[in-house]
Write a protein that binds this ligand. Structure first.
Ligand code: DC
Length: 204
């Protein structure tokens, strides 16, 4: 069984994908991490993430980079969103994601274009979303808990900019697949969102 989980930043899609992978005993790939590694490698190479050539060169990042905690930072998320605009970068990461999806027994993948491009043949497609306000509030609380001095307005502005870039790019924009089930987590806590996702997968 292939489960595709797509959605915008801080919608809860990563948490849900991980929980589904544990519940159904399937391996999980966080595809955003691949784009984050490209963005980070581009930065380490002193490249320009908005330049297709520099971004493509960074797709040959070493696998060890995937364990770098810096990939989880807001800065890496912003770089990832910028390098992910280039079709050549998306193409370079395609085979790795596609073969993960096609492994024997199935898999859970989360990202932006899993249900539309990477695994249009997925057995279940979830599109996890939430209002910008709810997502910004979550990010804010997460960052405050890490002792970071951030403003809710700055986070909301950053999320809106990332949403705009991810939904308006020409190649594989963030959009719910025609046959995806939409799960709005604005008013759900973590456990409620996970339970709803499990029920949706079981219902299919
Ligand atoms: O899910 P995330 O926040 O880790 O993703 C970071 C960026 O990577 C996101 O803003 C857009 C890009 N991305 C993408 O274009 N396609 C994917 N399948 C996953 C992520």
């Amino acid at each position: 069984m292939i489960i595709a989980v797509d959605g915008p930043t801080a919608s809860g899609k990563g948490t849900i994908a991980k929980a589904l992978s544990v519940h159904f005993g399937l391996p999980h790939l966080d595809t955003g991490l691949l784009y984050r590694a490209v963005g980070r490698q581009c930065f380490l190479d002193d490249g320009n993430p908005d330049d297709g050539g520099d971004a493509l060169a960074a797709t040959s990042f070493p696998d060890a980079l995937l364990d770098d905690p810096e990939l989880r930072s807001e800065a890496s998320g912003g770089l990832a969103s910028r390098v992910s605009i280039h079709p050549s970068v998306r193409q370079a990461l395609f085979d790795r994601q596609r073969s993960f999806a096609l492994q024997a027994g199935g898999a859970v993948l989360d990202g932006r274009d899993i249900g539309t491009v990477i695994a249009p043949d997925a057995d279940v497609k979830l599109f996890v979303t939430a209002s910008v306000e709810a997502r910004a509030r979550r990010r804010y609380l997460e960052m405050q808990a890490q002792g970071r001095d951030v403003s809710l307005d700055d986070i909301a502005a950053d999320l809106a900019a990332r949403d705009a870039r991810d939904t308006q790019r020409k190649d594989a924009p963030l959009v719910a697949a025609a046959n995806a089930v939409v799960l709005d987590t604005s008013d759900l806590d973590r456990d409620e969102a996970v339970a709803a996702a499990i029920a949706l997968v079981q219902g299919r």
